[in-house]
Design a protein around this ligand. Structure first.
Ligand code: 2P0
Length: 349
């Protein structure tokens, strides 16, 4: 009898916010970066993508629905993820003839974000991580998060970091085929469980310059960029890994803020210049400086991705001085919404 079944698997993937930023590709096709990066995974109860992958001989073509809207799946990035995951499933099927030939069936992917898409909140990171893991679960692949990170990276670079919880590095690697450009766990969330993040959504609008286009232009035109990629970031990666291992917030915070500023400086140094920060973002920087000045040490650290939204890291014991103060000062200001996050272990199903 013909197989008319629908095979299905669901998963969630968290948002990650980099404290050492990925900006620049040495290979745009494979999404191989010019520098390593490091991020903190946010709580899935606050910010995450939920994805269901299904396949069936009844389906007529591959499809992807994001927040209820059909998406184009013909792009090279989505195709690369589908191709690599199907190849791994095909291998399993060749080793075990009793397995149904899922690799030959069209795929249907249904994803929902619980945060604004493409607003500088790493939606592509959680999106591709969830897509890859949902299909890997559907295909019952024995792959580790590191192995899957190589596939998710081809969907969107920062997605490789969303396959882990806690504190996550992405090694730029040196191999031309990208085989060593993978994500790795620096420390689980349980290592430093009092880390908190408050996200200040300045604008939920789609960003003006996409990360992919922006970073390509920066690599091609910025004179500051080579020093950032070759000298500044390698040194900061070591400092940041040590700060996390030692639970040294002072260093964690200082390096986070300096790296955000260095990334935005290379954006401004791009021809034509790229402006992701706005006046409200700069006001947030001033408030953090005020908080740290009043405390006499670094207890809050801002970072901004490819958009104006601020992510402020702090420790739970400074909730009132940091998140409380932000709420009091900015709560009334138009365009500001607080979304409280907590750095926790991602749920690997
Ligand atoms: C990061 N960003 O490390 C940096 C900081 C934005 C600023 O990773 O072209 O969407 O899909 O590989 O992953 C955004 O870049 O770019 C990003 P693609 P992606 O989080």
């Amino acid at each position: 009898m013909a197989d008319n079944k629908i095979y299905r698997a669901s998963t969630t993937a968290p948002v990650n916010i980099a404290v050492i930023k990925y900006w620049g590709k040495r290979d745009p096709k494979l999404n191989l970066p010019t520098n390593s990066s490091l991020s903190v995974t946010l709580s899935q109860s606050d910010l995450r993508t939920h994805t269901t992958a299904s396949c069936s001989p009844k389906y007529t073509c591959d499809s992807l629905l994001l927040n209820g809207s059909p998406q184009d799946v013909s792009g090279a990035r989505t195709q690369a993820c589908f191709r690599e995951l199907r190849a791994l499933r095909k291998k399993l099927e060749a080793e075990n003839f009793s397995l149904p030939p899922l690799s030959t069936y069209p795929l249907k992917i249904v994803s929902e974000n619980n945060f604004p898409t493409a607003a500088g909140l790493a939606s592509s990171a959680a999106g591709f991580a969830a897509l890859v893991r949902a299909i890997a679960n559907l295909y019952e692949l024995p792959s580790t998060p590191t192995e899957l990170s190589k596939i998710a990276r081809q969907g969107s670079g920062s997605a490789c970091r969303s396959l882990f919880g806690g504190y996550v590095g992405w090694d730029k690697g040196t191999a031309v085929d990208g085989s060593d450009s993978v994500a790795f766990e620096v420390a689980p969330a349980s290592h430093w469980p009092n880390m908190r993040a408050v996200i200040l959504v300045v604008s939920a609008a789609k960003k003006g310059v996409s990360s992919t286009t922006g970073m390509q232009t920066t690599v091609a035109t910025s004179s500051l960029f080579p020093a950032r990629a070759n000298e500044t970031v390698p040194k900061r990666m070591k400092e940041m890994e040590n700060a996390i291992k030692n639970k040294d917030f002072e260093t964690f915070g200082k390096v986070t803020m300096r790296d955000s500023n260095s990334f935005h400086a290379t954006c401004l140094d791009t021809e034509p210049p790229i402006f992701y920060l706005n006046d409200v973002s700069r006001a947030a920087i001033k408030i953090v400086e005020g908080i740290n000045c009043a405390a006499g040490k670094t207890i809050a650290a801002y970072t901004f991705d490819a958009g104006p939204n601020a992510v402020i890291y702090y420790l739970e014991e400074h909730e009132n001085e940091v998140a409380g103060l932000f709420k009091a000062m900015m709560g009334e200001k138009e365009g500001w919404e607080g979304a409280r996050g907590k750095a926790v272990q991602a749920n690997h199903e």
